[in-house]
Design a protein around this ligand. Sequence first.
Ligand code: NAD
Length: 295
Amino acid sequence: MARIGFIGLGRMGAPMARNLLKAGHAVTGFDLVPEALAGFAAAGGTPVASAAAAAAGAEFVITMLPAGPQVREAVLGAGGIAAASPADAVLIDCSTIDVATAREVAAQCGRAMLDAPVSGGTMGAEAGTLTFMAGGEPEVFARAEPVLRAMGRTLVLCGGAGAGQAVKACNNMMLAANMIVTAEAMILAEKLGLTHQALFDVVSKSTGQSWALTSYCPVPGPVPASPANRDYAPGFSVALMEKDLGLAQAAAESVGAATPLGAMARSLYARFLAEGQGGLDFSAIIQLLRRGDIT
Ligand code: NAD
């Protein structure tokens, strides 16, 4: 069993760390928020007062933080993970961040490192069924595999440093577009006199099917566990989705790829965020579409 430092015990990090504990690993954790540390301690983890303390003596140091600036600071900043971790430690960043920062941090940290963002949401994090998409060296991926296996079901090495983040940007651009069009179809179905359940029953077995529909249905009822059934409490927040769509557009611009639907999805989420709805689950975009003044 491994000694693991875990930094960022939020909606995703907390259940991921719990699954590491359940698998028998010794996990030392840090978060800026005291309640997150208390929850981690209640699950059997060892809370500490800094990222450096979590990294000291660890074989693996996992970060699950909001975005690139927090990851850069936590790893490379004064008193950061790079300096505090043993020379042979493996750093695994599971946050969703921009490709450029992922490459920069991997190149500068002086440790073996993987970018390993995840898909599967908070439900996948709870169930230990996340998909990990990794970037890094094959031998580092092989070392990390038993640790990732405790939190996920599908592990894919996508290429060198930054490759995991590149795949994640593509995935979330597809997810956002799928969610928006699913919400549009639900509203259209209502206006045409259909029930949500009828649309769900057919499309979940038809060619319009998507994860946005079958796991995260944006209306209450058809999928009882979806955020729509709890007033759109996240889940995966509008703010994080808007961030990821910005990462996808930046990546697309950097290589001259045409992503008109991705650009439209970003502008809709940016508008919803600007209206103060960043804390809702991203499936709440149906509320913006329902208003009918969207062109
Ligand atoms: P969250 O806001 O719930 O958790 C982030 C945690 O990091 C918070 O508890 C915060 O206090 C902590 N934190 C921030 N800066 C810190 C620092 N410097 N040191 C220590 N702790 C710090 O967010 P989340 O939903 O858990 O998402 C985390 C990452 O995972 C994001 O990059 C997100 O895009 C990605 N992600 C989220 C989901 C999802 O469904 N929520 C799914 C896939 C990927």
